[in-house]
Design a protein around this ligand. Structure first.
Ligand code: F6P
Length: 298
């Protein structure tokens, strides 16, 4: 089934949200079509002090330009930009990381995009649980999208003729045997994290970590279980990953598939957005492994 038919079937009653999802898929397709390994680095430095790849800049522009054409979007906020961009609508805020894991791009590893959709026209003071939908794209050997608008998780696949529905009702089991321990450097200072990682190694877990949150979390959905962790450490107690652009949308999808996502104390979806670029630790995946991680944190 083509994505247009699929979206119409599920969101036909809400033309505005249908339009937002359609444009986000259009932006993802355009990013996918434009990925070009020969483009290299730009002169620009983003707000996090990282040198931007030309593809970071271009993907950001693609998302912004595509969503600008929607008269129901109130604002867009990008991980690549300091401030949100206000548009003419009043109904939805769209937040995105246009090219997540881009440091892997120049060595030809999988990267992705992450998108969250909030109703209304503001973000500060809200919680990720208020989202009405989220998506992650993986630009790998082929381009795939996991998406939810609150009634389970669906997977789309990009073919020559556009996106088609690949799978519905994707579920994550309560235990898996895969682990993706991000920020392993933290084991140098954080004893409970060292013990947690050792515990999973002793239990014979299989390591599946690429360094890109999209492919790494996508792996959990694809194999039906496992955990991705990115804790803080003394110098950066909230770690690196952003609540608005990365952890919120991922947590929304994970809970829709029966999994869990926490910062170690608070459910990610219940955290209050205090600033656009707020960071948070994250433990996300099968509920059993997330609960186990929380016990180690103590
Ligand atoms: O936020 C970007 C990102 O590349 C994520 O996709 C990934 O999980 C993380 O950073 C990897 O971080 P580190 O560079 O600390 O391994």
């Amino acid at each position: 089934m083509r994505s247009s038919e699929f979206l119409n079937e599920h969101l036909g009653h809400d033309k505005d949200l249908l339009h937002v999802f359609t444009l986000v898929l259009e932006a993802i397709k355009s990013v996918s079509d434009n990925l070009d390994l020969t483009t290299g680095y730009d002169e620009t430095i983003n707000i996090h002090g990282e040198q931007q790849l030309a593809m970071d800049v271009q993907s950001d522009l693609i998302f912004q330009r595509t969503l600008c054409s929607c008269n129901c979007v109130a604002l867009v906020a990008s991980e690549e930009q300091e401030e949100a961009v206000h548009l003419n609508g009043d109904d939805y805020c769209v937040v995105y990381d246009p090219l997540d894991g881009s440091s892997l791009f120049d060595v030809n590893m999988s990267v992705g995009s992450i998108v969250g959709i909030y109703p209304g026209n503001s973000l500060i003071g809200r919680k990720p649980s208020e989202m009405v939908g989220s998506l992650i794209a993986v630009y790998g050997p082929t381009t795939t999208v996991l998406l939810s608008f609150g009634d389970g998780v669906y997977e789309l696949l990009l073919k020559e003729e556009g996106f088609i529905l690949k799978e519905e009702n994707i579920q994550v089991a309560s235990m898996g045997k895969y682990f993706a321990p991000g920020n392993l450097r933290a084991t140098k200072h954080v004893e409970w994290y060292r013990k947690l990682v050792n515990h999973w190694m002793k239990e014979g877990y299989t390591l599946r970590y690429s360094g890109g949150m999209c492919p790494d979390v996508n792996h959990i959905f694809g194999k039906g279980g496992g955990i991705f962790t990115y804790p803080g450490y003394p110098e950066a107690p909230n770690g690196k990953l952003r609540l608005l652009y990365e952890c919120g949308p991922m947590a929304y999808l994970m809970e829709q598939a029966g999994g869990k996502a926490t910062d170690g104390k608070v459910r990610i979806l219940d955290k209050t957005i205090e600033s656009l670029h707020q960071r948070t630790p994250i433990f996300i995946g099968s509920s059993g492994e997330v609960d186990e991680a929380v016990k180690f944190i103590g």
